[in-house]
Design a protein around this ligand. Structure first.
Ligand SMILES: [Zn+2]
Length: 288
C-alpha cells in the first residue's frame, strides 16, 4: 500500500491518435472515432470522482469498442508507449499490497467489468501478483461505501495504517500473528479494512511475516539490518535499532505500509517481543 504520484500521460492525445488510426479496423476503428466523446467524458468523470467506483457512471459504449480497448491493453499498438512507465513507477514496493516486487500492473476498476478505462493511465497502477489474487474485488458494503483504495487519489495511503499483533506461546516457541489496524476508528476504516482483506492479506502478508519471525528466532540482525551482527546490545538499544529499521524502510520504499515496516511496528508494540529479540540477538552473535 502506497500513495503514489501518477506518471504524466496525456490520455486525451493518445485517444485522438488511436481514434484516427484506420489501420486499427480490427479493434477500435471507427468505433473509437465515433464514440470518442463518450470516452473523454468517462475519463473526466473518473478524475473528478477520484476513481471511486461508488460515484463513477459507467458509460454506454458498444461491445466492439469494449473488446477493442481490451485488445489494446493486452497487445498495445505502437502508439501506446506508457504502459511500461506505469509498471516501473514504484520499483521498491507494490502500491496495492505493500509487498516488495511489483512486476506487473493492476486496474483499479477491473478491466473485465470496466472496459472503458482499460487503457486509461489513471486506472493503471504498478502491482505484484496481488493483482491476480485480488481478482475483481472492488466494492464492499453499500452502507459503508467500502472500496479498494486508490494509490493516486487516496491520501490516507500515506499514513501508517497497518501493524501486526504478535503473541507468543510456550516460552516463545510458537507465535500467533494477526494484521491489526493502527487507528481502528479512522474515518476511512471501512475502505482500509476492505482493501486489507481483499488485497494485502490475500497477497500473503501473514505468511511472509511468520517467515520473518522464524528468521528472527535464528538471528535478529538478519531481518533487522540496523542491528550490529557482532556486538551485544541492551533492550533499549535493540528497540532503537528496530525504530531505526522502521524509519529507514519507510523512507526507502516511500511507504509506511510496506511489509517490513508492518513487522517492525508490530515488534515494537507487541508485549515481550523486544525483550525476546534482545535475548535472541545476544545469544546468536556472529563470532569474529
Ligand atoms: Zn502487490
Amino acid at each position: 500500500m502506497k500513495k503514489l504520484t501518477p506518471v504524466i500521460v496525456n490520455d486525451l492525445r493518445y485517444l485522438d491518435e488511436l481514434a484516427e488510426n484506420d489501420s486499427l479496423h480490427k479493434t477500435t476503428f471507427p468505433e473509437l472515432r465515433d464514440q470518442k466523446q463518450v470516452l473523454i467524458q468517462a475519463y473526466n468523470d473518473y478524475v473528478v470522482n477520484c476513481g471511486n467506483p461508488w460515484s463513477i457512471a459507467v458509460p454506454a459504449i458498444n461491445d466492439k469498442l469494449k473488446s477493442g480497448l481490451l485488445s489494446h491493453y493486452s497487445s498495445p499498438p505502437v502508439s501506446i508507449d506508457y504502459l511500461d512507465r506505469i509498471k516501473d513507477s514504484s520499483p521498491d514496493v507494490c502500491p496495492m499490497c505493500g509487498g516488495f516486487k511489483p512486476f506487473t500492473r493492476d486496474h483499479i476498476l477491473p478491466k473485465s467489468d470496466y472496459q472503458a478505462w482499460a487503457i486509461f493511465s489513471k486506472n493503471l497502477v504498478p502491482a505484484c501478483d496481488c493483482n491476480l489474487k485480488r481478482g475483481t474485488a472492488l466494492k464492499g458494503n453499500i452502507a459503508t461505501q467500502a472500496r479498494v483504495l486508490h494509490p493516486y487519489f487516496d491520501d490516507v495511503l500515506a499514513d501508517r495504517l497497518l501493524s501486526c499483533k504478535i503473541t507468543h506461546r510456550s516460552n516463545y516457541r510458537w507465535f500467533d500473528l494477526d494484521i491489526v489496524y493502527v487507528n481502528p476508528i479512522h474515518p476511512e476504516i471501512a475502505s482500509i479494512k476492505y482493501h486489507t482483506r481483499n488485497i494485502v492479506i490475500k497477497s500473503g502478508v501473514e505468511k511472509w511475516l511468520k517467515g520473518q519471525l522464524t528468521k528472527l528466532k535464528e538471528r535478529p540482525s538478519t531481518v533487522i539490518q540496523t542491528l550490529p551482527k557482532r556486538r551485544p546490545l541492551t533492550e533499549e538499544r535493540v528497540r532503537e535499532g528496530i525504530e531505526d529499521c522502521l524509519d529507514r524502510n519507510d523512507e526507502l520504499t516511500g511507504s509506511k505500509n510496506n511489509w517490513l515496516s508492518i513487522l517492525c511496528h508490530g515488534l515494537l508494540n507487541s508485549d515481550g517481543m523486544v525483550h525476546w529479540l534482545t535475548e535472541r540477538h545476544n545469544a546468536t552473535l556472529v563470532q569474529p
